[in-house]
Design a protein around this ligand. Structure first.
Ligand code: URA
Length: 254
């Protein structure tokens, strides 16, 4: 194996799958680099910009308390530097869909396709989600779809508790602004982050849950398997189907 091959292998093992620009950028000397028009902004060293998790969380809460609309919140989130995942991601993937949706769907984090296209659930998991919604007569465009994290964790690794905590205020504010009747949580990460517990998805699914952002914002919630898990474990599709039928029944009763 030659040296270049060894370096590439090392990158792949570290979870690096894409290049953010054609030329290498010395992130430690970023202030001294001229930024040419049309070129992507060089990414700053995360250790320089990333604040401590608690400082970043308070900053996120403060920012979110000021957002009056989803557009404003999106803008604020794009400018927020408190989560280091932002610097390895290509896009900030904000929630997408009907701003007055009765059904809000929450996943874990953008994958490679979502990171490339800047929209949630547009890859293989998204296609399966669309089919499941279609099967119960729900158009994806009528829902609002978002994630716990707006930035893709490198190599799709599991998000850390700190990353989830820092990003959660942005999701909570999206929920508050959309004000859905029901929240569907896809997978344990989404359900555990919102419900602040560590119960397995097998235990959470099939039950009517409640998610309280605060005293004034309480939402009916359901949990089911993440579509990415269903793609790997087709045997669980029957249970997911019964969760979707339950969701349909609840929506019809609204
Ligand atoms: N998986 C998620 O949890 N969210 C996405 O947006 C895509 C895949």
């Amino acid at each position: 194996m030659d040296k270049v091959e060894q370096i590439i292998n090392w990158y792949v093992l570290s979870g690096v799958e894409t290049f953010s620009s054609d030329e290498p950028v010395n992130i430690l000397a970023v202030e001294k680099l001229p930024v040419e028009k049309g070129n992507p902004t060089p990414r700053p060293a995360t250790s320089i910009l990333a604040q401590s998790a608690s400082e970043a969380f308070l900053n996120a809460k403060d920012i979110c308390s000021k957002a009056q609309s989803l557009e404003q919140l999106r803008d604020m989130m794009e400018k927020f530097d408190g989560c280091s995942l932002k610097f390895s991601a290509n896009s900030t993937v904000f929630g997408c869909g009907n701003h007055k949706a009765e059904l809000m769907i929450v996943g874990e984090a953008p994958g490679a396709d979502e990171d490339r296209l800047g929209k949630p659930f547009v890859g293989r998991s998204g296609k399966l989600l669309d089919k499941m919604l279609e099967a119960i007569g729900i158009e994806r465009d009528k829902c609002f779809v978002s994630n716990i994290l707006p930035w893709r964790p490198p190599g799709n690794r599991t998000p850390t508790d700190g990353e989830i905590a820092v990003c959660l205020p942005f999701l909570q504010k999206q929920i508050e602004l959309v004000n859905p009747k029901i929240i569907l949580m896809l997978g344990a990460s989404a359900a555990n982050a919102l419900l602040n517990n560590s119960e397995s998805i097998s235990h959470l699914r099939g039950r009517t849950l409640q998610y309280d952002v605060d005293e004034n914002h309480k939402y009916q919630a359901l949990a089911t398997f993440h579509p990415a898990y269903l793609l790997r474990s087709a045997g669980q599709k029957a249970k997911a189907w019964s969760d979707f039928l339950r969701l349909k029944e609840k929506l019809e009763k609204l």
